[in-house]
Each structure stands twice: as C-alpha cells, then as structure tokens.
Design a protein around this ligand. Structure first.
Ligand code: 5AD
Length: 347
C-alpha cells in the first residue's frame, strides 16, 4: 500500500482499481491510513507551509426552497425557526470579522427566494465597496447563469457548490424529484467559465453511498480541477428522513481528504465543521490529513443554532470567529498557526 500511496503522490492519480484498493485498505488498516495522511500533510506543507487560512462564514438565511433529504434546513422541516439576514446585518458580520483579521467572507445560505438575485448583487457590491482587499465567497446554491455573472461583476470571487454525488441514481436518493445532478454540474461549469474560483465536494458516508460512487466522485473532481474541495462526513439530522441513518466516519473522511490533497496539491481544502462536530479532535485530524482551511462562524450568535444542517452542529469555541484564540491554540498544539492572508488559489 505504501508504494501505491507513493505513486499517487508522484503521479497525482491512480487507476480506479488501485484507488479502490487504497480506500479499502484505509478502512481496516490504521498503518496505511496514517501513512496516507502523512504524505498528504507533507504535500500541503510544501505548498502552504504551516499556515491555515481562515474564512469567516456568514449564514445569511436558513430559508430554503429545496427539500434535500439529508439537510436540517430543508423546506419540509417545520420545526426550524426561520431567519434571514439583512444587508446591514451581513455588513455588521463583516465588520466584526475584519477587526478580528478575516480577509475572506463566505455568504452561505439556503436557496431563499426572498433573498433575490438583486439582493445578493447589492449585498456583494456593498461588501466589495467597504472591503476592497477581501475575498468574497458565495455558497447560495443553484442560480441562473445570469445571476452568477451579476454576482461576479458585483465583486464575488469564489463560489462553493458541492455536487454531493456524481452518480445520478445516488443523487436521486439524496434529493427529491426536480433536483438533478446534470443541473448541478451545469452550474459548476458555468461558475468556472465565468471566472470564479470554484468549489465542489461531497458528504462522506451519505445514505446509499458506495465505494463505486466515491471513485466516480474522485474522477469527476479530477476532471473538473476545482480550486476548492469540501469534504465532510454525513451527519444525521433528527428532523429529516435520514434521522436514523449512521454518520460517516472520521477515518473515511480523512482518507479522502488525503487522497484529494495528493491529487490536487494546490487546492484549498477545508477541515470542515462537520468533521469537527463528529469528533472532538476532528478539526486537527483534518489538518493532519492535508486540509489547509478552516471556516469559523461569523453569523450573529442568536441565529447560529437555527442553521442546523445536522445534529449538534458546532458553532461555538474554535468553530466561532470570537473563538479565534482557541482555534489558534488548537492549531499551535499540532504545529500549525492561523494565516491571515486572503489565501487565493495559486498553482
Ligand atoms: N451532514 C453533513 N453535511 C451536510 N450538509 C448538508 N446537510 C448535511 C448533513 N446532514 C452539507 C452539504 C452542503 C453543505 C453546505 O453542507 O454537503 O453542500
């Protein structure tokens, strides 16, 4: 297995059959997994040093027109107390974040029809005007090409839109009729064409996911060459159809993080909140597997618990913007530190 991992590092790819062997080995062989993580960590350090980029996450709305079976803020969940931020509130989050040292703001939200394309465009423009030195990332789901173009012209630089799973049948197991993988992929192509630094990704261990699905995702991502890759474990949410499905594992998540790092040395790869929620040392394990980004929460404190995508979603302590000193201590304990750079994708 070590020879396979060395080859993956050298050639930045492997034939599907070898990748399958590697993923299977990581499942029950701790030595293989830790060797894989160590190689990926070296590649990340060669590219980024020991600085971890921070992104201030602003959850702009938990209203959503979609009804994805895994997601806690799905339209069908009547137990959610819904909120949406105003432009002024978003700017307030940015002001707080800027003072703390954040130079990337991420506007993430459900597909909220009341936050119209005009609203997004105006809000992005307002952030751009006040913070010409900051990167603006959007994570607002599927929009029209025209909308993506308007947001880009208003000053957005990056867009996160995970494809979740490349397999059409599996996609349909996770999403209701009307949502299709082909539309999701079309959106991703448009984002790239427009010039966004584009992020994709998957949930690890989502219901119905097989090793074949994961292999297909790996090769799709190899073809797309995204600038950002978001990989987190699936975690159940109690008010969804997947309430009693088992979560993804830390091991499978960090194995995949490392594979993506070896295949995409320059990619921006977060150690996700979902991984930090799954295990107390999840964030650290993600970084030690080759992740180089964390996204602390900058949302108004009173709304944070309402943005519950899965059970017990972490939003305090080192997951929060106010907890930056706790985050710094955690990173320093494993030999890393916060980087306050804007952290754009660079080959
Ligand atoms: N478990 C883990 N991740 C989830 N997401 C949504 N619901 C869940 C869940 N139950 C992820 C999706 C989405 C991102 C914003 O959050 O992958 O793209």
């Amino acid at each position: 297995m070590q020879r396979l991992i060395d080859r993956l590092r050298r050639e930045r790819t492997l034939p599907p059959a070898d990748l399958r062997l590697l993923l299977e080995a990581c499942h029950d062989d701790a030595t293989t997994l830790s060797y894989l993580n160590a190689q990926a960590r070296e590649v990340a350090q060669a590219h980024f040093g020991r600085g971890i980029f921070i992104r201030g996450l602003i959850e702009v709305s938990n209203c959503c027109r979609n009804n994805c079976y895994y997601c806690g803020i799905r339209k069908g969940n009547t137990h959610v107390e819904r909120y949406r931020l105003s432009t002024e509130q978003v700017l307030g989050c940015c002001r707080q974040g800027y003072a703390l040292g954040f130079r990337t703001f991420v506007m993430q939200g459900g597909e909220d029809p009341a936050q119209t394309d005009d609203w997004v465009e105006r809000t992005v423009a307002a952030i751009r005007r006040e913070y010409p030195d900051c990167a603006i990332t959007l994570s607002l789901g599927e929009k029209s090409r025209e909308a993506y173009e308007r947001f880009f012209r208003a000053g957005a630089n990056r867009y996160l839109l995970r494809h979740e799973t490349h397999d059409a049948t599996h996609y349909a197991q996770l999403h209701p009729a009307g949502m299709t993988i082909s539309h999701r992929l079309q959106c991703q192509r448009q984002l790239k064409e427009i010039g966004y630094q584009t992020g994709t990704g998957i949930m690890v261990g989502s219901p119905g996911q097989t090793l074949d699905h994961i292999l297909e995702d790996i090769f799709y991502i190899e073809e797309l060459q995204p600038e950002m890759i978001g990989i987190g474990p699936f975690l159940p949410h109690h008010d969804t159809p997947f309430a009693s499905c088992p979560p993804g594992t830390v091991e499978q998540t960090v194995a995949l993080l490392s594979i993506f790092r070896l295949m995409h040395p320059a990619a921006l790869i977060p150690s996700t909140t979902a991984l930090a929620t799954l295990a107390p040392d999840g964030r650290e394990r993600g970084i030690l597997a080759g992740a180089n980004v964390v996204m602390p929460n900058l949302s108004p404190v009173e709304d944070r618990k309402k943005y519950e995508l899965y059970n017990n979603k972490a939003a305090l302590g080192a997951e929060s913007a106010e907890g930056l000193s706790a985050l710094r201590r955690q990173l320093q304990a494993i030999g890393y530190d916060i980087s306050f750079a804007r952290g754009d994708f660079k080959m």
